[in-house]
Design a binder for this molecule. Structure first.
Ligand code: SF4
Ligand code: SF4
Length: 632
C-alpha cells in the first residue's frame, strides 16, 4: 500500500483497478469524466477501456463483459443515466455474472447539468443497491466493495459520488499495482433461461429482487459505512438527532463538537435503506434534522420507519423547509440549519460579493487573513462574467453565417448540448431551444408540423451527432420533414475536455482507426444535399446556408473547423487605428472576447493574448481595418 494525493475520480479509478476491473466503458460528462480517463492512464495490460458513443451503449458493453464473467465498470453523469435507463432497468432483472459497477456522478447545484436529479432515487426505482461515498478515501474503498457485492448478489451495484467527492482531493491510501486483484473471466456460458428476458423470467426475478432488497436492508444495517455516533460520547442520552449522507456528512461533522448533545446517523446505502439501524438511531429521540442534497431520500425513509414502527419522532428536513429544497449544500448553509435546529445563534447568510459588512460565515480571502486592521475594507465587487464562446471559436462563425443568411426570414434555431449551447448569448442569440442530447433535431421537426412556413435549423455537435443525433435524422428523413441539419464539427468532444469520438479516428486504447464519416452517414440515411464548408470562410458559409436552406426536405451543412483550444494560433489579427472608424460592427455582431472597444474613442483593439487569428472580424470590418490573422 502507499499514499497518493488523489482527486475523488482518480481514487475511484484506482479503486476499480485494484479490484481487478477488466472492462471500462463510459460517456464523458461532468463531474464523472476523469474516472475513465484515469483508468486509461493507469491501466495495466488486459484492461480494456472505451469512450462509447453514449451511455446506453456503454452500459450494454459493460453488461456484455459482465455476462462473460469480467469485472466491468461503466461511468456517466446523472443525466446520462436517463439515456442508459432502458438497459439498466432490464439488467436489474436479468442480473450479471462478473461484478458490474455503474458509477453515476450527481451534480447538485446543478453546476454543469440540465437537471438536479438524484441517483439515490433512481436506484430505488431500478431496485438496485447503491453506495453513496462521502470522501475520496471512502469512494476508493467502495469500488472494491461494490464489485464484491455485485458478484455476490448477481446484480449491478451503483456507486454515486457527487461533484465535491468527484473533484475534491485527499491523501488516499491505495494498493500498489502489484497488489491489484487479477480477475480472469470464465467467459460467456450459453444459458437462454438466464440471459434471455421473457415475462416468465421477469415474474420470478421481480419476486427474488423484492426478497433480496428486504434482506439487504437488514444486512446494510451492519455495513461499516452506515454509522450511528454521538457527539457527547456513547453514554450520553441525546434527544436530538441528525441524519445525513455523502459530502453533507462532512459538513455536519464540521458544524458539531462534543459540546453538542446530538446523535448522528450517516447513511452510505440509501437503497436498500438500513431500516433496523435507523430504528436504533431513532430510539429515544424527540426530533431529527435530515441534512441532504438533492432529494429527501433519508427524510422520507425515516418518516416511513416512524410510521411502520409507531415512533413519535419529529422528522425535519427539506419537506418541512428546514433544509434548502434545491441547490448544493455548503459548510455554511448546513451550519445555519444546524444552528437553528440546536437553538444556537444563527449565523448571517453570506453577503453578496463586494457588500459590507461581511457575514460571519463568509470565507476570508488570503489578503484579509493577513490584515491586522480590525475592520478591513470590503473586497471590491467582482464583475459578472457570463459564459461565452472562446475567442476564435468556429461555432461563433457558424452561428453568425446562419444568422446573416437568414436575416429577415421566419426562422427557428434548435440548439443542443455542448459548448455551442453558448450560441444563445448576445449578440449571436442563435439558440431558441435546448432540451437534452440530440433533442434539437426532433424538436425542429415538431415545430414545423405546426408552423410549416418556418425555416427550421437544428444545430448539433459532432460528438452529440454520434451520441444521439443520428436517430433524429433518420426520423426526419423517414417522416418527410423540412429542415436543415447543421453539424458543428470541431473534431472533438470539447465541452468535457476533448475526448475522442467515432469521428476523430482515435480510441481510448490508443489505436488510430478509420474515422466514421458524418457525410457518409447522412448520405447513407438518404439525404441528397450534404455540404461541408469551413465556417471561417464567411462569404462562402453564408452563401451555402442560403442555398441549402431553400432545398426541400432534410438537408445538411457540416461546418468543419478545429476547436481552437487544441491548436496554437499561427498569427493574430491587429486593428489599424488609422482605418478604424469606431462603428463597432465587429463587437456588436460577433461578441468575440478578444475584441476590446475603447469607451472614449469607440475604436477597437484586439487582445493578442486571446485572439487566435481566425480572421472572422477581418472579413466583416467595413473599412478593412483589421488584418494579420491566419486561420488554423
Ligand atoms: S481574429 Fe477577430 S474574431 Fe477572430 S479571434 Fe481574433 S479578434 Fe476574435
Ligand atoms: S468593424 Fe472595423 S471599423 Fe468598425 S469598430 Fe471594428 S475594427 Fe473598427
Amino acid at each position: 500500500m502507499h499514499r497518493e494525493f488523489l482527486m475523488g475520480n482518480e481514487a475511484m479509478a484506482v479503486g476499480a483497478l485494484a479490484a481487478g476491473v477488466n472492462v471500462v466503458a463510459g460517456y464523458p460528462g461532468t463531474p464523472s469524466t476523469e474516472v475513465l480517463e484515469a483508468v486509461a492512464g493507469r491501466r495495466g495490460e488486459g484492461v480494456y477501456v472505451e469512450w462509447s458513443v453514449n451511455e446506453k451503449a456503454a452500459l450494454e458493453v459493460a453488461a456484455g463483459a459482465a455476462y462473460a464473467g469480467a469485472r466491468a465498470l461503466v461511468t456517466m453523469k446523472q443525466v446520462g443515466l436517463n439515456v442508459a435507463s432502458d438497459p439498466l432497468m432490464s439488467l436489474s432483472y436479468i442480473g450479471v455474472k462478473g461484478g458490474m459497477v455503474v458509477l453515476v456522478a450527481d451534480d447538485p447545484g446543478p453546476i454543469s447539468s440540465q437537471t438536479e436529479q438524484d441517483t439515490r432515487t433512481f436506484a430505488a426505482y431500478a431496485k438496485l443497491p447503491i453506495l453513496d461515498p462521502s470522501s475520496p478515501t471512502e469512494a476508493y474503498a467502495m469500488m472494491g466493495e461494490a464489485f464484491d457485492l455485485s458478484e455476490e448478489l448477481g446484480c449491478p451495484v451503483i456507486v454515486r459520488p457527487t461533484t465535491r467527492v468527484d473533484h475534491g482531493y485527499e491523501d488516499v491510501e491505495v494498493a500498489d499495482p502489484e497488489e491489484w486483484r487479477v480477475n480472469e473471466p470464465e467467459g460467456f456460458v450459453r444459458d437462454p433461461s438466464r440471459w434471455v428476458i421473457f415475462p416468465a423470467l421477469s415474474v420470478r426475478a421481480h419476486a427474488a429482487i423484492e426478497r433480496r432488497d428486504a434482506e439487504l436492508a437488514k444486512r446494510f444495517s451492519s455495513y461499516a459505512r452506515n454509522t450511528v455516533a454521538q457527539t457527547a460520547g456513547p453514554d450520553a442520552v441525546p434527544r436530538l438527532g441528525i441524519a445525513t449522507h455523502g459530502i453533507s456528512a462532512t459538513y455536519v461533522a464540521e458544524n458539531l463538537s462534543e459540546k453538542d448533545d446530538v446523535r448522528v446517523l450517516r447513511v452510505a446505502t440509501p437503497h436498500p435503506f438500513p431500516e433496523p439501524l435507523a430504528a436504533d438511531f431513532l430510539d429515544g429521540l424527540d426530533e431529527v434534522l435530515c441534512v441532504e442534497e438533492l432529494d429527501p431520500v433519508i427524510e422520507r425513509a425515516l418518516v416511513a420507519t416512524c410510521g411502520r414502527r409507531g415512533l413519535t419522532v419529529k422528522i425535519c428536513g427539506k419537506l418541512t423547509g428546514d433544509i434548502q429544497p434545491s441547490g448544493e449544500n455548503t459548510v455554511e448553509s448546513v451550519g445555519r440549519a444546524i444552528d437553528a435546529f440546536l437553538g444556537r445563534e444563527v449565523a448571517d447568510e453570506p453577503a453578496p460579493a463586494g457588500s459590507s459588512p461581511r457575514a460571519v460565515s463568509q470565507p476570508r480571502s488570503g489578503e484579509d487573513c493577513l490584515s491586522t486592521e480590525k475592520n478591513p475594507p470590503a473586497p471590491p465587487t467582482l464583475p459578472i462574467r457570463p459564459p461565452v464562446l472562446c475567442a476564435g471559436c468556429p461555432h461563433r462563425a457558424s452561428f453568425y453565417a446562419v444568422k446573416r443568411a437568414m436575416r429577415g426570414r421566419k426562422t427557428l434555431f434548435c440548439g443542443d448540448i455542448g459548448c455551442y449551447t453558448l450560441g444563445n448569448a448576445a449578440p449571436l442569440d442563435m439558440v431558441d431551444t435546448c432540451l437534452c442530447m440530440g433533442a434539437g433535431i426532433n424538436i425542429a421537426q415538431g415545430v414545423t408540423h405546426v408552423e410549416p412556413d418556418t425555416v427550421a435549423f437544428a444545430f448539433v455537435g459532432d460528438s452529440t451527432f454520434f451520441a444521439s443525433g443520428i436517430t433524429g435524422v433518420v426520423n426526419a428523413f423517414y417522416n418527410q420533414a423540412n429542415m436543415t441539419l447543421v453539424v458543428l464539427d470541431n473534431s472533438t468532444t470539447a465541452m468535457t475536455g476533448h475526448q475522442p469520438h467515432p469521428g476523430t479516428g482515435r480510441t481510448m486504447m490508443g489505436q488510430v482507426v478509420e474515422k466514421v464519416s458524418i457525410e457518409r452517414v447522412l448520405l447513407a440515411i438518404g439525404l441528397t444535399v450534404v455540404e461541408t464548408v469551413d465556417p471561417l470562410d464567411h462569404e462562402r458559409a453564408v452563401e451555402t446556408v442560403r442555398r441549402v436552406a431553400d432545398e426541400p426536405g432534410v438537408k445538411a451543412i457540416i461546418f468543419r473547423s478545429p476547436c481552437v483550444v487544441l491548436a496554437r494560433p499561427k498569427a493574430t489579427s491587429v486593428v489599424d487605428v488609422e482605418k478604424c472608424v469606431g462603428c463597432q460592427r465587429c463587437v456588436r455582431e460577433l461578441g468575440c472576447p478578444a475584441l476590446v472597444p475603447d469607451s472614449a474613442t469607440g475604436r477597437v483593439r484586439i487582445d493578442s493574448a486571446q485572439c487566435t487569428g481566425c480572421t472572422l472580424c477581418e472579413q466583416i470590418c467595413p473599412t478593412h481595418a483589421i488584418s494579420g490573422g491566419e486561420r488554423l
